[in-house]
Design a protein around this ligand. Structure first.
Ligand code: PS7
Ligand code: MN
Ligand code: MN
Ligand code: MN
Ligand code: MN
Ligand code: MN
Length: 354
């Protein structure tokens, strides 16, 4: 049951699963292992949002076109002819063959279609709020804005997925009502980890940087986000990094609570594997200057170890315990870090609840 399912032959579905495997490293495997009643809906949900994100990320699109497109993107999944040329790499093919995604979308259960379209509408409108038309040095002013942006691009995914789980009957009805709470935080934890880890990728983005680190945090440590790239500024850079890791760790209790309520083994794996990779990535990033000079990634073998034999909540606790212990050891070494105590307390709390 854990083997990846054979690729479907029907053209729409074949395109969707082929695309999924081309554009996502970690999601392709866990989505393909979902129960039949959810698999296609989650695959289409992923591709619709990936297409929306391609519009958001395309910096050659004029904001005067991008903003209205983000706002009406949810309607495109009902228009069998709609497609566009946008993005780069594999995403060009996704956008040019969008009618194949639409074809599968329109054959999904009505309730699944409504959830996907509703989340796409809210996410697109939220992304539109954060579009800036000049080379502003930072898009995100406050931690409140940071939480809001992460809600739009990831928290809403957690909420939508919860609605799909409840609609499928595979998980409890209570997943229908998790709007502002733990489902949102499941997404925030993943998105913040991505934003923290991608510092260098995002600041070196062409034609201009796209930064999501909140100014009310980085402003405590430097006059610009660029400054953190200077090796002479490594101390404030690490303090800022550790501050954001600490902020992200604040979501762990909610994530553990959410995962403890899942019942279907493959829905559980789909939710838990990315969460474990997130805490593993955070533990690698903490106090690690490589975030500012290169790519910090979990090793292949470590990822495989996570994916192999993850069956129940006890396995999640064991993994979180392991990474929280790693982190705790690193925090002890971070002498002079202004958030050291706070980070220590969060680690202790995670260890105690695992
Ligand atoms: C529908 C599975 C499981 C309750 C495309 C999964 C980009 C981190 O740096 O590609 O942009 O390349 O590594 C996923 C909650 C969203 C949040 C969000 C749709 C978990 C478009 C995913 C994913 C909620 C906006 C991957 C948040 O980033 O980043 C489905 C429960 C898409 C989830 C983006 C990011 C996802 C992300 P980069 P990645
Ligand atoms: Mn984006
Ligand atoms: Mn993106
Ligand atoms: Mn609801
Ligand atoms: Mn990123
Ligand atoms: Mn990426």
């Amino acid at each position: 049951a854990r083997r990846a399912k054979q690729l479907p032959q029907e053209p729409g579905l074949a395109f969707c699963y082929d695309m999924l495997n081309r554009v996502s490293r970690s999601f392709a495997i866990v989505i393909q292992q979902l129960p039949a009643g959810l698999r296609d809906a989650v695959c289409v949900f992923y591709l619709v949002l990936r297409a929306l994100d391609t519009v958001e990320d395309d910096m050659s699109l004029d904001p005067a076109l991008k903003v209205p497109l983000l706002r009406c993107f949810h309607e495109k999944s009902y228009d069998r002819k709609w497609k566009m040329s946008c993005g780069g790499g594999e995403y060009v093919r996704l956008m040019e063959n969008y009618p194949l995604v639409t074809d599968v979308f329109l054959r999904l259960d009505q309730r699944y279609q409504s959830v996907i379209a509703d989340i796409c509408q809210k996410m697109g409108a939220g992304m539109a709020e954060f579009v800036t038309d000049s080379a502003a040095e930072s898009e995100v002013a406050t931690t409140k804005d940071y939480n809001l942006y992460c809600h739009y691009v990831a928290g809403l995914v957690g909420i939508g997925l919860s609605h799909l789980f409840a609609s499928s009957g595979l998980e409890s009805e209570s997943f229908q009502h998790t709007e502002d709470g733990v489902a949102n935080e499941m997404g925030l934890f993943l998105q913040k980890t991505n934003i923290i880890r991608d510092y260098l990728e995002d600041i070196t983005e062409e034609p201009r940087p796209r930064m999501w680190w909140p100014k009310d945090v980085w402003g405590l440590y430097a006059d610009s986000l660029e400054a953190f790239r200077d090796p002479a500024q490594s101390t404030p850079a690490l303090h800022c990094l550790n501050h954001l890791v600490t902020d992200a760790l604040g979501h762990v209790q909610s994530c553990l609570e959410y995962m403890s309520r899942l019942r279907q083994p493959n829905v559980f794996r789909f939710c838990a594997i990315p969460q474990i990779m997130a805490i593993g990535t955070l533990s690698q990033c903490y106090n690690n200057h490589k975030v500012f000079t290169g790519v910090v990634k979990m090793r292949r073998g470590e990822v495989a170890k996570v994916m192999y034999r993850l069956d129940d909540f006890a396995d999640v606790c064991a993994a979180f315990l392991n990474y929280a212990e790693d982190l705790k050891a690193k925090v002890e070494q971070a002498e002079g870090d202004p958030n050291q105590q706070k980070t220590q307390q969060l680690c202790a709390k995670i260890i105690a609840s695992c």
